[in-house]
Design a protein around this ligand. Structure first.
Ligand SMILES: [Zn+2]
Length: 429
């Protein structure tokens, strides 16, 4: 990648990491400002951080600060809410207790989210020349659809808010508007391409698939079978983007398609082990995020529950910022089956490599010694249950119980109440 290209990138994306570490020194200042703001605005934080000397705080000392999680946000929702007159948007995210968690946004927080999406979408190459179809839910109090729309608009791209529409409506609009990029869930983008009647998706002119909700790569950053499939169907490149409602942050892959570039001015990202101790680059652990900047939710070391790792090696695109690897799984979904530990994502990836598996769901019954894992599948006539069992045994290095069900039965379980996001993992009581 030439020098000129690096010149055109924002300063923070091309800082040297050798010598006095410029990225961390700017983050250190931002962290101090963040803590000053938290302790000034929130008595709860002032109490939690009473013993911390902010003036001398170094970036590496962040591991001594307290962590927070979703349960903390639920417990202290009232204390953490901004004043009513400042709230301009109320979003909901799924809570830990079954009840949805209310997340109020101020105008400043929304503008910060827009800036974050602008930065992330620019990294994956979107520009004012693009026309972007948004196939993610734009309503029902989800913040994600709104965030992508704001980000695309900030980039100058035209957005098409198709939202959660039936597939024929998607195709009517795609045919008429010829989008150059689509934002959506990878398994849905596969289904959409496969349901294109009288149209070859590869001929539409889509060059980018910006993928949310499901991982695109394995632990070696190689594309998963589903990734290869959608890239082929659409004749486009697939880029992963990671975000969640609470963290007010998003990281998107660049043209090198090898992990989402971190945005050092917007968030400090740590990977923690089971004891909340920091892990080195490459080691998988819980993604923990401190969103920086005025207006973000008052979070400090927020544990997301998602498991991934940091990639420190320089990127082929020329940016010097570290990257976040693919989501290997949800921390609490780790399965311990007959002495082997794996995430349901490993099952999803193995099955997406098999052509005849139309739909599937992983169901687990938790036990102290060994979880009881069942994989429910709907199969085409060209594939047998034994073949699926064999492939899963090879991928997981342990056998799991496979059960074949009619396609309608599985679809009812995977898309309850016509949910857009497939539910491919359930825990049975
Ligand atoms: Zn890159």
């Amino acid at each position: 990648m030439g020098h000129d290209k690096r010149e055109s990138l924002p300063e923070l994306e091309r800082l040297d990491r050798s010598g006095p570490d410029a990225i961390s020194s700017s983050q250190e200042k931002a962290l101090r400002r963040h803590i000053v703001r938290l302790t000034a605005d929130f008595p709860l934080h002032a109490k939690l951080l009473a013993d911390i000397d902010t003036a001398d705080l170094t970036l590496s000392a962040i591991s001594a600060l307290p962590t927070m999680d979703k349960a903390f946000l639920e417990r202290h929702a009232d204390e953490l809410a901004p004043p009513t007159e400042d709230v301009v948007e109320i979003a909901y995210s799924s809570g830990t207790t079954g009840a949805a968690l209310k997340i109020p946004f101020t105008d400043v927080a929304l503008k910060r989210l827009e800036w974050n999406e602008f930065r992330a979408l620019t990294i994956c190459g979107l520009s004012a020349k693009d026309t972007v179809a948004l196939t993610c839910t734009m309503d029902r109090c989800f913040i994600a659809g709104l965030a992508y729309q704001m980000g695309c608009r900030a980039v100058g791209a035209a957005t098409i808010r198709v939202g959660a529409a039936p597939i024929p409506s998607h195709w009517k609009i795609i045919r008429e508007t010829r989008p150059t990029a689509i934002i959506g869930v990878p398994s849905f983008l596969a289904k959409l391409a496969e349901s294109a009647e009288g149209e070859n998706p590869a001929d539409i002119g889509v060059s980018r698939l910006i993928c949310i909700g499901e991982p695109l790569r394995d632990a070696d950053l190689q594309p998963l079978p589903l990734t290869r499939k959608i890239e082929k169907l659409w004749n486009a490149k697939a880029f992963s983007t990671y975000a969640s409602t609470e963290i007010c942050s998003a990281f998107c892959e660049c043209e090198a398609q090898a992990g989402g570039h971190l945005l050092p001015e917007l968030a400090i990202v740590e990977i923690l082990d089971d004891n909340s101790a920091p892990l080195p680059p490459g080691a998988p652990g819980e993604i923990t995020i401190t969103p920086l900047g005025d207006g973000a939710a008052p979070l400090l070391r927020f544990k997301t529950g998602d498991v991934s790792f940091i990639v420190e090696e320089p990127c082929a695109c020329g940016r010097t910022t570290p990257r976040l690897g693919p989501i290997l799984g949800r921390k609490k979904q780790l399965l311990k089956h007959k002495g082997t530990a794996f995430y349901p994502n490993a099952i999803h990836a193995a099955l997406s490599a098999l052509d005849g598996v139309i739909e599937h769901q992983v169901a687990v019954r938790r036990n102290n010694l060994s979880d009881n894992v069942s994989v429910l599948v709907a199969l085409d006539t060209g594939i047998t249950q034994e073949h699926v069992e064999e492939k899963l045994r090879a991928a997981l290095r342990v056998g799991v119980n496979v059960q074949t069900l009619p396609i309608d039965e599985i679809r009812r379980r995977v898309f309850p109440n016509n949910s857009r996001k497939p539910i491919r993992f359930v825990e049975l009581d």
